[in-house]
Design a binder for this molecule. Sequence first.
Ligand SMILES: Cc1ncc(COP(=O)(O)O)c(C=O)c1O
Length: 405
Amino acid sequence: MKDVRADFPQLNRMIHGKRLIYLDSTATSLKPRQVIAKEQEYYTTYCANIFRGIYTTSEEATAAYELARTKVARFIGASTSDEIVFTRNASESINVVMNALSRTNLHGCEIATTIMEHHSNFVPWQQLALGFGVTFRVWNVDASGTLSLKDLEKFVTKKTKLLAVTAVSNVLGTINPIRQICHIAKRMNPHCLVLVDAAQAVPHMKINVKDWDADIVAFSSHKMLGPTGVGVLWGKKELLEEFSPYQYGGEMIKEVHVDRTVFADPPHKFEAGTPHIAGVIGLGAAVDYLEKIGMDAIRNHEIEISDYALKALATVKGITVYGPTNAKDRGGVIAFTMKGTHAHDIAQLLNEDNVCIRAGHHCAMPLHEFLKIPATARASFYVYTTKSDVDALVDGLEKIKKIFQ
Ligand SMILES: Cc1ncc(COP(=O)(O)O)c(C=O)c1O
């Protein structure tokens, strides 16, 4: 893959005379200047509210906002841009669906998810099930951090209303076979909805929602080089039509009378109030940027870096890496523990060398409980990560090992 580091201004930052080694892209990605410039262009040349104005800058802003919707739709293989709803983040996208289901009768149903979910795709379903007093089922991973498809045949029942599953684990790195999962779930129960949390997939690999045959897909702009404050909810058109709106207010209506309101069609039905216009336009620029590099090139780069990192970490005594052992079976994220050293101490000491990693439960407490570990350290990679970044991580870990032994 072509070297893109010059596009990321933050990589020039020196702290205490040392270069920034950013290994936390799973939490959020850095932003290329092309995205920053596009957001700034909106604020400096055609800042106006969308949909409302019959004047040039408002029309320009509306066109740029809707163009971003078209780009996102094409990027994930949606049938039409009407299937793309802009939200605040992946969490809100999932909550839109949870809210819609909470307005239906779920008595006698089951809600299902997996042990490897981020809290964003776990807590809404747990709370929905608790609210209705219905069964909440959790699909566990095996020793290699993988979900067994054989288990799925017993896991999805005629009562399963929804199966919520991540495409890529933000801890184990496991890439789940979403197409097969959707296929099996529908075979076991044609009425089961499958919601895919694609927050760690869309930024890193080519995905196509139609190939997956999922019903709903959620992800965030800020993890795919785009601005913070923008999320995406893709849903099959008929489902979005059926779902109740999440919030009420301006822009999401066709007619309002004293005694009743007629809601707008999707996606506008779900976008109450003034959205993050600049952010959405910036997301469009991020999609352009990713497409220019090519999603296959990005995926191959991450496999190469992950493979290098897995081999390098294996040379550090006392390190345990979680999740699949082959880089091809995982996204660009590696969670690990180091014997005798708490994950927080690892992250804090690495920071002295300006190496940025995460430590803790990574919003996946049920998974950590299942693995019987309080916390992991996590390094994650993206388009700008180099092997020398990984070397800096490993050098830092060797230094830490000496301190703690
Ligand atoms: C797999 C996964 N799902 C959902 C989320 C939530 O994303 P957001 O905080 O943008 O809503 C994250 C964030 O780390 C994630 O990794």
